[in-house]
Write a new protein. Structure first.
Length: 347
């Protein structure tokens, strides 16, 4: 158990280290603490905190810095989210005030806004696709044996891919196959569409095509693209401000992680149930890539359209109080903007 004064000392060490980046000594603490105690008393409290592993001594000075255990204790028991500044709130609201043609434009914009506000690396993921429904599918001839496959969902998202088709393709049979898809699958969630694509649809297509495999592959590829979770990352190079030249190997690993099309990030993100905002310290993760870094992750809810995530990747010494308060306001504004966007498509 820590005394009230020791809790105050730990909180002040974290604040000072976050602001200055320098180890904190007893004399600095004595001047900063809102109570009058001797330097010897503060040194005793610091020794107690060090014994419990909450702070550690650096090799370069006699001061102390927070440990991963110290940060975790602070985040679990002491942090108080700061109210977002009127300027930052106005910046967020103004940035979301434009007109968007696609859902992905809003999600990508959210990462840009967050990165610019914080100078950290921002990651955003749109609402879950589990309730997204198919509203139409068509093929547009482009010439030179190429067609563009276009799939539209009830969220207004439009996915398209260009394919090369055989020159002897039976266009009448192709039109009938497209009609089968629209008659049988429109209105269904994309997950159900994918299931039926491998079950009933092939037999239906056999009435019009000798071999429907090519058409099924074409439609399946566009469907997979529409149903995939896409992460948007902004401010990638900001990680250089926290890692820099001190560990080029780690810098390469971090850049590789955030450019991995969401594969590794998807394993790191995902707020725990009942926790709309949480912090994951890199030193706590089994993957050593994020050592001395941290992820502040927030979920947002868009009613029946599912939940999404936004996150900040920065140094373990980031000002958590400010960042948690900012993310709380940001997730609220993002949810409002997405709700407004979906209103154009909801019945």
């Amino acid at each position: 158990m820590l005394t009230k004064r020791q809790l105050l000392v730990l909180k002040e060490i974290i604040r000072l280290y976050t602001e200055t980046g320098q180890p904190v000594g007893s004399k600095t603490l004595m001047e900063a603490l809102p109570l009058h105690v001797s330097s010897a008393t503060i040194r005793n409290d610091m020794a107690a905190l060090e014994t419990q592993g909450l702070i550690v001594k650096t090799h370069s000075s006699s001061g102390r810095v927070p440990s991963t255990v110290g940060y975790r204790y602070y985040l679990d028991h002491l942090v108080e989210p700061a109210a977002v500044s009127p300027l930052d709130l106005a910046t967020i609201q103004d940035a979301f005030g434009g007109h968007y043609h696609k859902l992905d434009e809003i999600i990508a914009q959210s990462a840009d806004i967050l990165s610019q506000l914080t100078s950290y690396t921002a990651i955003s993921l749109g609402p879950e696709v589990s309730d997204m429904k198919l509203t139409g599918f068509r093929l547009v001839p482009l010439g030179n044996h190429q067609v563009m496959a276009i799939l539209v969902t009830n969220s207004g998202a439009v996915e398209s891919q260009v394919f090369t088709v055989p020159g002897n393709l039976d266009t009448d049979a192709l039109e009938k196959a497209i009609r089968v898809v629209n008659d049988q699958l429109v209105g269904l969630p994309l997950t159900d569409v994918a299931s039926r694509l491998h079950a009933e649809v092939p037999q239906l297509l056999m009435r019009y095509m000798t071999s429907p495999d090519g058409f099924l592959d074409l439609f399946g590829n566009v469907l997979k693209q529409a149903a995939s979770e896409r992460f948007y990352v902004s401010g990638r190079l900001n990680v250089m401000n926290f890692i820099g030249d001190q560990d080029l190997d780690q810098l390469k690993r971090v850049l590789s992680l955030i450019d991995d099309d969401g594969g590794q990030i998807n394993q790191l993100l995902g707020p725990a149930p009942g926790q709309p905002i949480q912090v994951r310290l890199g030193d706590e993760l089994t993957n050593n890539t994020l050592k001395n870094l941290s992820l502040v992750i927030a979920s947002y809810d868009v009613n029946q359209h599912g939940t999404g995530m936004i996150a900040l990747l920065g140094p373990s010494s980031m000002p958590y109080s400010k960042m948690i308060g900012l993310l709380d306001a940001f997730r609220s504004e993002l949810a409002k903007r997405l709700t407004s966007y979906y209103a154009n498509f909801d019945e």
